[in-house]
Write a protein that binds this ligand. Structure first.
Ligand code: ATP
Ligand code: MG
Length: 392
């Protein structure tokens, strides 16, 4: 009798001929999540099994696997030989902790090995009797059982379990290409990165800083946020771009009401160039319609005009409150609210335009020769490899 994890996957079953590829990617991501544990992870007929976990690590490993994108649910299970005696014994021992008080239960069985001599119904019926005999506290409730005792008879072994923990869903990171996240130190962009990664997209990230107007601590905060996102999204290359020269040029030489949108356009241009260099196919921001002046429909159109890569804004229709809730859930909120200034906040105009026009902004942008500044900012960009393992 071995303790294992039985893992069901989310949308992967939709993928037809690509399915083995998606399954392999899922197994790789699960292996990453379980490091440094040396678990054996195997695929078998629409499920993934994790073997060889030390008993004291089972709960922690199950929680980690639940956080892997692509996982629908996880059941800690007992893996036994495919005979009735072993199945019966496993069910009795598994139910013991729940049977210390009056509890209702129902048995479920699935038999993918049709050579097994009992049908699914027989397994359920017999197991019901066995458990009723073993524990006086148990009674059957077929409609709303408190405890679901499930047996799966598969090709190699049988599995018995009573718990199902819900996973995060989504698709394994890496199965849907790579995108470049524009990450600030705020609440929104880390959540945006999480949501895109959840759809199977690997991430790189770019952050613009403006020494001496922003401090080293503001930059450290972004590194910290990227580490948290990397727990879910896997390794992230974080590009740190010095932005002071460009920001000062905008501030000094362009109309003050347009500075934020112009700054956003220049950030997008630089992000796009780095994205092209590192094979990212889209840009991702944490913008939502109407949240601030630079996020009105007109402003967003002006931002998009600066680049030709697609720009994904997964939070576009979210209220701030909903974003905060998600930030709390994924663990970025506490870091995001640390009070270090962001380069946008340092240079906010007093009366920003809310209805900028693309043509007008292009003209304002043409007042300055930004090209050499863009080139030198990219040349001075530093790349840090951020992985979840740096965190602990
Ligand atoms: P956030 O909470 O993500 O900072 P916000 O509501 O504060 O968002 P803005 O500061 O206007 O909004 O930024 C909008 C988006 O622009 C951010 O979500 C982020 O994707 C990008 N962005 C802003 N500042 C930076 C920066 N310094 N470096 C990289 N990207 C940035
Ligand atoms: Mg911000």
């Amino acid at each position: 009798m071995k303790q294992v994890l039985l893992v069901r996957y989310a949308e992967i079953h939709l993928k037809g001929l690509n399915r083995p590829y998606f399954e392999r990617m899922l197994v790789d991501r699960m292996r990453d999540a379980l490091l440094p544990l040396r678990a054996r992870i195997e695929r078998e007929q629409g499920r993934v099994f994790v073997y060889d976990l030390p008993e004291e690590s089972i709960a922690e490993a199950a929680a980690k696997i639940c956080g892997v994108f692509g996982v629908h649910s996880v059941s800690p299970a007992l893996c036994v030989e495919k005979n009735w005696d072993s199945i019966r014994t496993a069910a009795i021992s598994l139910v013991a902790p729940d049977a210390d008080k009056p509890t209702t239960f129902k048995c479920f069985a699935k038999r993918s090995d049709k050579r097994f001599p009992m049908t699914s119904e027989q397994i359920c019926r017999e197991l019901g009797h066995v458990l009723l005999d073993a524990y006086e506290t148990l009674s059957v409730d077929v409609h709303h059982p408190a405890l679901k005792v499930t047996v799966e008879v598969r090709q190699q072994s049988a599995f018995v379990f009573t718990k199902e923990m819900l996973g995060v869903g989504g698709m394994p990171v890496g199965t849907n290409g790579k995108a470049m996240l524009l990450i600030s130190g705020g609440i929104d962009s880390p959540v945006a990165g999480y949501m895109i990664a959840k759809r199977g997209v690997a991430l790189s990230a770019v952050h613009f800083y403006s020494y001496p107007y922003t401090s080293e601590r503001a930059r450290d905060k972004v590194v910290e946020l990227t580490k948290i996102v990397a727990r879910y999204a896997g390794e992230i290359d974080l590009y740190l771009v010095p932005f002071t020269e460009i920001q000062l040029a905008i501030y000094d030489r362009c109309p003050s009401s347009e500075t934020t949108v112009l700054m956003r356009r220049l950030m997008m241009k630089i992000a796009e160039r780095i994205a092209n260099q590192c094979g990212a196919q889209a840009l991702v921001t944490g913008e939502a319609i109407g949240q601030v002046a630079s996020q009105t429909m007109d402003s967003l159109a002006c931002t998009d005009d600066a680049v030709s890569l697609p720009v994904f804004r997964p939070l576009i229709g979210f209220d701030k409150e909903e974003i905060v809730e998600r930030a709390q859930k994924i663990g970025t909120f506490e870091t995001s609210i640390l009070p270090f200034e962001d380069c946008c906040t340092v240079f906010v105009p007093q009366h920003p335009v809310t209805r900028p026009k693309v043509e007008q902004l292009r003209q304002s942008e043409a007042l300055v020769d930004f090209e050499p500044m863009i080139e030198s900012a990219i040349a001075a960009t530093e790349c840090m490899k951020i992985s979840q393992f740096v965190l602990d």
